[in-house]
Write a protein that binds this ligand. Structure first.
Ligand SMILES: Nc1ncnc2c1ncn2[C@@H]1O[C@H](COP(=O)(O)OP(=O)(O)OP(=O)(O)O)[C@@H](O)[C@H]1O
Ligand SMILES: [Mg+2]
Length: 387
């Protein structure tokens, strides 16, 4: 659909895009990502001839774009930029239909299209159509920017950090909407971002650039599993790199400071500790930190009248995993015994940590549904969870 063949761009003697070769397939959403100044915007703008290459050829639909009239070319290519670029003195409806007007649409056709598009992003046409851009939130305005790019139904859409100026929550919403739209519309989208989470979330393929060159072009999954070099790995961030549950050891995902109590402590103290730490069970240990059992809030409450120590009320807890076992083994044990958490012990039976369902979720979504995961970070999680 879009093909770069040995494309370079020089400003004076500075080569900002260097001999770029890239093919973007029909229906593909490709993100260009890389450090500031690496040539993303330049690459994007060469596709609709807002910038002309110094050398090389770009093909759109198999045709050399130098042979096409730039205005004609741009009508077939939607374009969304970070600064939204809505016309302040036009209503939302007029903004969306602006390309349609150039194409000579009738009033009825324009109105129908505006309505259809607004409904696609769940904005009630009646209440938004006649407003002006400044009467909309930033996120709503950016949605209109996207709709405007879609209005004339172009096959190709270029997006230059379209969600960059939005707050994180709105940004995630719009990313989700874009994914949904894309699943219906199958546009060919080139999307510039410098946010790796965004790229991982929306891209079919990620093109990572540095100093005007492509360092790696691959699916999110491939990039996470096999970063081409240290630059890619560091750009992705160590925490996002994927490993299988056969490779990850339980100590990497466990909570390292489970709430414990010594066996000879009183029951009231146990209750107090649960209350303070907001957990409903405690790991019972001896003076050396060896795991003796587990005591739950129910155990303590029913024994409170009888008195005695925590050790008297604790249920021995033989189900545990050893350090060095894998996450896959831990999941298997939890499923087999139908338990919600697993103490992690070493071969001297000392309690080293605790695996909870929550601490496993991140790594499992990584491996099973990499598309779903965005900024999970189980490896460095230190949050204390109720066990
Ligand atoms: N008109 C120009 N004249 C001279 N140099 C330019 C011009 N436009 C861009 N450059 C330079 O080209 C390089 C690539 O710019 P480009 O805008 O493509 O970067 P980018 O990857 O989009 O960066 P950012 O993430 O900051 O938007 C930069 O070093 C920039 O300074
Ligand atoms: Mg840019």
């Amino acid at each position: 659909m879009v093909r770069f063949e040995n494309v370079s761009k020089k400003y004076n003697q500075l080569e900002v895009v260097k001999n770029l070769n890239l093919e973007i397939n029909e229906g593909e959403l490709v993100t260009l990502i890389g450090p500031s100044g690496c040539g993303k915007t330049t690459t994007l703008k060469m596709i609709n001839r807002l910038i002309e290459p110094t050398s090389g050829t770009i093909y759109v639909n198999g045709e050399d774009i130098r042979k096409q009239d730039p205005v004609q070319l741009r009508r077939g290519i939607g374009y969304v930029i970070q600064q939204i670029g809505l016309f302040p003195n036009m209503t939302i409806a007029q903004n969306i239909a602006v390309v349609g007007k150039l194409l000579g649409w009738s009033k009825e056709k324009a109105a129908a299209r505006v309505e259809e598009l607004l409904e696609m992003v769940n904005m009630d046409p009646a209440s938004y159509m006649d407003r002006y851009p400044k009467e909309l939130s930033g996120g709503q305005q950016q949605r209109i920017g996207v709709l405007r790019a879609l209005a004339a139904n172009p096959k190709i859409i270029l997006m230059d950090e379209p969600f960059g100026a939005l707050d994180p929550i709105t940004r995630e919403q719009l990313q989700g909407e874009l994914k949904k739209l894309q699943a219906q519309l199958h546009k060919t989208i080139v999307f510039v971002t410098h946010d790796m989470d965004e790229a991982l979330k929306i891209a079919d393929r990620i093109v990572l650039m540095r100093d005007g060159e492509i360092v790696q072009a691959a699916t999110p999954d491939q990039i996470l599993r096999n970063p081409a070099n240290d630059f890619v790995a560091s750009f992705i961030g160590k925490d996002r790199l994927l490993r299988s549950p056969d490779e990850v050891k339980v100590e990497e995902v466990m909570i390292t400071d489970p709430v414990t109590i010594e066996y000879n402590r009183g029951l009231a103290e146990a209750l107090e500790r649960m209350r303070k730490s907001r957990v409903d069970s405690l790991m019972v240990v001896d003076d050396l930190g060896s795991l003796l059992g587990v005591v739950t809030i129910k155990d303590v409450q029913s024994a409170l009248n009888r008195g005695g120590t925590v050790g008297d009320s604790a249920a021995p807890h033989p189900i545990a995993v050893y350090t060095g076992q894998t996450v896959r083994e831990a999941v298997f044990i939890m499923a087999k015994h139908n338990v919600g958490y697993l103490p992690v012990i070493n071969d001297q039976n000392q309690l080293k940590g605790l695996i909870t369902r929550a601490s496993l979720v991140g790594i499992l979504t990584d491996v099973l549904w990499p598309d779903l995961s965005s900024s999970h970070n189980v490896f460095t999680s230190t949050t204390k969870e109720a066990s």
